[in-house]
Ligand binder design. Structure first.
Ligand SMILES: [Zn+2]
Length: 262
C-alpha cells in the first residue's frame, strides 16, 4: 500500500461565505435567501460602520440601521463571480481590489421590512428582488435613469447617502428603506473627473471606472461593465420606525393580558 504523496492532493477551494451550500448557512433553504445578522455579530458592526462613514450628505439626517441581512447565493451564481475575481487576481498580481459598495433601487414589495419578510417577490416592478434573484444585469442597468454619467454600466458608490437618493419604495405600506451592499471587483480603476456618457467599458488595462469628486461629481462612484464583476452581499434596512402611540387602554390590557370590555 503506497503512501499518498502531496501531489495527489486535490486543492479544493473552501466554499464561499455567501454560498447556500456553505454549512455555516445550512439553516436556510433556497426560497429564503436572506440571513439576518445579529447586532452583536462583528459583520453587523463592519457594515454599520461603512454605512455611517459613507453617509456624507450633510443636509440629510443619518438614519438608524434597523436590520442587516446577508444575501445567500446558489453556488452556480457565485462561481462566475469568483472566477472573474480569480482572473483579476492572477492577471494583476493583486487581490482583485474587492470592495463593498452601495446601490439603491426600487422596491415594490416589503422585503426586509420586518425580520420575517425574507422571501423574494415576483412583482415585475420590484428591481430589488430581481437583483437579489439573479444579480445585476448590465443590459437592464440605468434604464430608470436616462442620464448615465459613465455610460452603460453597473453603478455603485461608497457614499451611502448618495445611494439613498436612488432608493425608492413603490409600496405605500413600506415604512423603512433598504439598500444593497455589494461585493465589487474593482480591480484597477480608471479615474475620471469628467462625464463620459458613451462609455461601454474601461480603457485597456483597467477593470472599472472610478468617478472622482471634482469637476462633474460631488460624490464618488464606481462603474463596472460586466455582470460577473458584482454580487449583492448584504441588505441594509434603515430608517425610523414609527411607533404607534399606545393608548392607556392597550397599556392596561397588555399588563394584565386580558382584553378590556369596551
Ligand atoms: Zn420584491
Amino acid at each position: 500500500m503506497g503512501v499518498c504523496g502531496q501531489d495527489d492532493w486535490v486543492d479544493v477551494p473552501p466554499l464561499d461565505e455567501f454560498s447556500l451550500d456553505n454549512s455555516a448557512n445550512s439553516v436556510h433553504g433556497r426560497r429564503n435567501r436572506l440571513l439576518r445578522i445579529d447586532r452583536e455579530n462583528r459583520r453587523f458592526s463592519e457594515i454599520e460602520q461603512i454605512f455611517k462613514k459613507g453617509w456624507r450628505h450633510r443636509k440629510k439626517d443619518r438614519p438608524q440601521i434597523q436590520c442587516i441581512f446577508k444575501v445567500l447565493w446558489p453556488e452556480s451564481m457565485l462561481e462566475s463571480y469568483l472566477a472573474y475575481r480569480h482572473q483579476i487576481v492572477r492577471a494583476k498580481d493583486m487581490r482583485g481590489n474587492e470592495q463593498l459598495l452601495f446601490h439603491g433601487t426600487d422596491r415594490a414589495c416589503l422585503l426586509g421590512e420586518t425580520r420575517n419578510n425574507v422571501l423574494l417577490c415576483s412583482l415585475q416592478k420590484c428591481s430589488l428582488c430581481s437583483i437579489l434573484r439573479t444579480s445585476f444585469d448590465v443590459r437592464r442597468c440605468g434604464s430608470k435613469n436616462a442620464f448615465k454619467r459613465f455610460g452603460h454600466g453597473i453603478y455603485t458608490t461608497s457614499c451611502s447617502s448618495k445611494a439613498d437618493d436612488y432608493v425608492s419604495n413603490l409600496s405605500n405600506d413600506a415604512g423603512l428603506r433598504v439598500m444593497l451592499v455589494s461585493r465589487v471587483v474593482v480591480g484597477k480603476p480608471y479615474k475620471r473627473y469628467r462625464n463620459a456618457v458613451d462609455l461601454i467599458g474601461p480603457p485597456m488595462g483597467y477593470h472599472s471606472i472610478a468617478g472622482e469628486i471634482g469637476w462633474d461629481l460631488n460624490y464618488d462612484e464606481t462603474v463596472t461593465y460586466h455582470n460577473d464583476t458584482i454580487r449583492p452581499a448584504y441588505l441594509v434596512v434603515y430608517g425610523h420606525k414609527e411607533e404607534s402611540p399606545v393608548t392607556v387602554k392597550e397599556f392596561i390590557s397588555s399588563m394584565f393580558k386580558t382584553p378590556l370590555a369596551s
